[in-house]
Design a protein around this ligand. Structure first.
Ligand SMILES: Cc1cc2nc3c(=O)[nH]c(=O)nc-3n(C[C@H](O)[C@H](O)[C@H](O)COP(=O)(O)O)c2cc1C
Length: 225
């Protein structure tokens, strides 16, 4: 499906609908995704907040098959380790099986992904010095990443927030030619989906909300008390 086939054009989807149906779409078609559309996704991504409005983000749009292949290799390497842990989880959560199949599919077909976006942050991570640093550091990139995922959803594109290709950060840096002060934070393969978006499985909000102090589950329905 192309954005023009969406009922109301690519950016007219109600926000709540985009939020509730945005999910990891790992099975993608090899069909091309235009540069204009990719740039529009990134335009919306970069409307996000960042600490002190530094906007110290950089986005690499990967189209070169050689670079894609390297990212694919790094993803497969990380997955070969993570898969063993994930398989163990299947025993306690049967839903994991579908996720594992999807991650495997993506690992096997990574090179065919039409476009891969790598979200990066410029500047040093302060968390080495102060603990609050990690939150403000990564907090300056993931709002933009989520904007990107929501924009992709609204356009009918499939996308996944991934970090596995970055587990060997040094190799990822070399692959992308990143300077020492630019840190890759997320790798987002994007393409037209083979399947469908949403609905997602999430814990009920009442279960994760506390009133004033931790443990005060004021929003849980009565029968849960
Ligand atoms: C920090 C972070 C890292 C993630 N890394 C990966 C990854 O390396 N590979 C992958 O396939 N999915 C990755 N995901 C996607 C999650 O597995 C996915 O969002 C979650 O299972 C919920 O799936 P759903 O959105 O389809 O419901 C990552 C998500 C987050 C937030």
């Amino acid at each position: 499906m192309t954005p023009t086939e969406e009922p109301d054009g690519p950016w007219k989807m109600p926000l709540a609908e985009a939020m509730t149906t945005q999910r990891a779409i790992r099975r993608l078609l090899a069909d091309p995704v235009d540069d204009d559309l990719v740039l529009e996704l990134l335009r919306l991504a970069t409307r996000a907040p960042s600490a002190e409005n530094h906007q110290n983000w950089d986005f690499i749009v990967v189209r070169d098959p050689a670079v894609k292949h390297q990212l694919a290799r790094l993803n497969r390497q990380a997955w070969s380790v993570a898969k063993r842990i994930a398989r163990r989880k299947v025993r306690s959560d049967w839903r994991m099986e579908g996720v594992i199949d999807a991650i495997q599919w993506q690992a096997d077909h990574f090179e065919e992904t039409p476009v891969v976006i790598v979200a990066c942050l410029r500047g040093m991570r302060l968390s080495r010095l102060v603990r609050v640093g990690a939150a403000s550091y990564y907090g300056s990139i993931f709002p933009a990443v989520q904007n990107l995922l929501l924009a992709a959803r609204a356009a009918g594109l499939g996308a996944t927030l991934t970090t596995m290709p970055l587990w060997s950060t040094g190799l990822a840096r070399r692959t992308l030619g990143l300077p020492a002060d630019v840190t890759p934070c997320a790798v987002i393969p994007i393409g037209w989906p083979r399947g469908h978006h949403g609905p997602t499985t999430r814990r009920p909000v009442e279960e994760v909300v506390h009133l004033d102090r931790y443990g005060e589950r004021a929003f849980l329905p009565r029968h849960h008390h």
